[in-house]
Design a protein around this ligand. Structure first.
Ligand code: NOJ
Length: 508
């Protein structure tokens, strides 16, 4: 019966065509699978994937009061009390990149990088931050620097704010806790964007969590204030959104993409208990979601709202520390991204600490989570874990939580104590990070389109001064010429950029 109906349906001709189509389709599928497997296995990154290195103005430029530059919060924080920094170091001269920028650009280009990340020092452009005349010398400096990058066939990734607020804005307004900063930041950004036409990627704000939790929460970083991290968080998010909206409205013909850049670390539940699993999710939402959710989805993450309400009840406080959004603000912020900038360094454990708040950092206390590590895990010279096994999980989480955004990795890197140019550990960990990025792209379908390592040259690592060396080029701070010396890792990165795949050997 069955056979007969089959015969009815297909003539022998049809049968021939169908089986022919079937075998072609099967061959194509096998071929595509082989292609995928090949792509995955040979370690190649996608065509056009951008490799590069990142820096920031305060950490490399020096020339802290030259050519009309005003004082910023880090100048002030350090000059007021040099003991705040390891070895009483300061960034007055730093790597002297203000004068050596051409050399630095050519070093980045010599490694075959297609992108180089810098930041703008606000007080070189507006010495007080908001009033008075624009400092033409400062604008010209960045125009020349970006022209130099472009001349070397690299794309310029430019951060508008990388931790160095004009001191006058701190003094007159209380810095990032004051909503007046929103318009002030827009005013500064407009001046910079208008002039710097050759930028390819704009980053509005680098690591807002670090700005707010350490500068205005624990007081460990400039400007050294405490317990105001939520006020800061709201103003920084609004400032980012206002600059994005201004850029899209006032510069409609510009091609450059714009985004915020978040520090994104992975947290693994310490145990399989329900409480620890919830704790890991909570700390991710307090560290990443608190910024990403308003921008990529709208409003605070529910987990953050719920925890802050619980905290209010536990503290018997009449108001929550978490500021409210108006409907207008939620709309205004939502969607203000062309991609997501991600800085990623480590993975740690998260343990539930809902009631006790014994965690050390502001995020831990606010989230009711204790962050721990395992003594067997690799650490860098700053004691931060180098646990790349969590890296792929992080990117999968970002993809799933935020609907697969385009991701630009704006920082990943490894610090050592600078005693050797044979920096095999940097190569080892870079390879591990890169292969996790590669897996995230090919195995999990995460849309990562570039990765910049921190950093091109050894530089001023904030309160750790010059004790931590992150660079592909070594700088001896006692050398008055601040000579840049190539490390072995520079060869690794050169080979990576040239071949588009992770080098298998350490030597070139
Ligand atoms: C992230 C920051 O953006 C950068 O300024 C810092 O030096 C690196 N992490 C390394 O800690």
């Amino acid at each position: 019966m069955k056979r007969r109906s089959c015969k009815k349906m297909f003539s022998s001709n049809d049968y021939f065509i169908n089986s022919w189509l079937l075998s072609i389709t099967t061959t194509i599928m096998i071929f595509c699978n082989l292609c995928d497997a090949y792509k995955e296995n040979n370690g190649s990154f996608p065509e056009g994937f951008m490799f590069g290195a990142a820096t920031s103005a305060y950490q490399i430029e020096g020339a802290w009061n030259e050519d009309g530059k005003g004082e910023n919060i880090w100048d002030h924080f350090i000059h007021e009390n040099p003991m705040r920094i390891v070895n009483n170091d300061n960034a007055d001269e730093a790597c002297d990149s203000y004068h050596k920028y051409k050399e630095d650009v050519s070093l980045a280009a010599s490694l075959g990088f297609s992108v180089y990340r810098i930041s703008i020092s606000w007080t070189r452009i507006l010495p007080t931050g908001y009033m008075g005349t624009i400092n033409e010398v400062g604008l010209k400096y960045y125009e020349d620097l970006i022209d130099e990058i472009v001349k070397h066939n690299m794309k310029a990734v430019v951060t508008l704010y990388h931790f160095d607020l004009p001191q006058q804005l701190q003094k007159d307004f209380g810095g990032w806790t004051n909503p007046l900063l929103i318009d002030i930041f827009v005013n500064y950004s407009r001046i910079v964007i208008e002039r710097l036409e050759n930028v390819d990627y704009w980053i509005t704000v680098n690591e807002p969590r670090i700005i707010c939790n350490y500068g205005y929460g624990s007081g460990e970083s400039a400007p050294g204030l405490k317990y105001q991290e939520f006020e800061c968080t709201k103003v920084v998010i609004m400032s980012h959104a206002a600059v994005y909206r201004m850029y899209k409205n006032e510069f409609p013909n510009r091609k450059a993409k714009m985004a915020i850049n978040l520090d994104c670390e992975w947290f693994e539940p310490k145990t399989n208990s329900f409480e620890d699993i919830a704790a890991a999710e909570r700390i991710l939402e307090f560290q990443i979601g608190i910024f990403a959710h308003p921008i990529l989805k709208g409003g605070w993450p529910k987990v953050v709202e719920d925890r802050m309400e619980q905290k209010r009840l536990m503290e018997n406080s009449p108001v929550s520390q978490l500021p409210k959004w108006t409907e207008y603000e939620i709309e205004f912020i939502n969607g203000t991204f062309d991609f997501l900038g991600v800085n990623h360094y480590f993975t740690n454990y998260a343990e539930n600490d809902f009631e006790n708040n014994v965690g050390k950092s502001r995020s831990e206390m606010n989230a009711g989570v204790l962050i721990t590590t395992d003594p067997s895990w690799d650490k860098n010279s700053l004691g931060r874990t180098v646990t790349t096994w969590g890296t792929r999980k992080l990117f999968k989480w970002l993809k799933e939580t935020y609907n697969n955004p385009e991701i630009f990795i704006c920082e990943y890197g490894y610090s050592d104590n600078g005693t050797t140019l044979e920096d095999n550990e940097r190569i080892r960990f870079s390879r591990m990070y890169l292969s996790a990025f590669h897996d995230a792209i090919y195995k999990d379908g995460v849309s990562i389109f570039g990765a910049m390592t921190w950093s091109l040259i050894d530089n001023f690592e904030w309160t750790s001064g010059y004790s931590a060396h992150f660079g592909l080029f070594y700088i001896d701070q006692n050398d008055p010429n601040k000579t840049r010396i190539r490390k072995k890792s520079a060869h690794f990165f050169k080979k990576l950029a040239a071949t588009g795949r992770i080098p298998e050997d350490l030597h070139t």
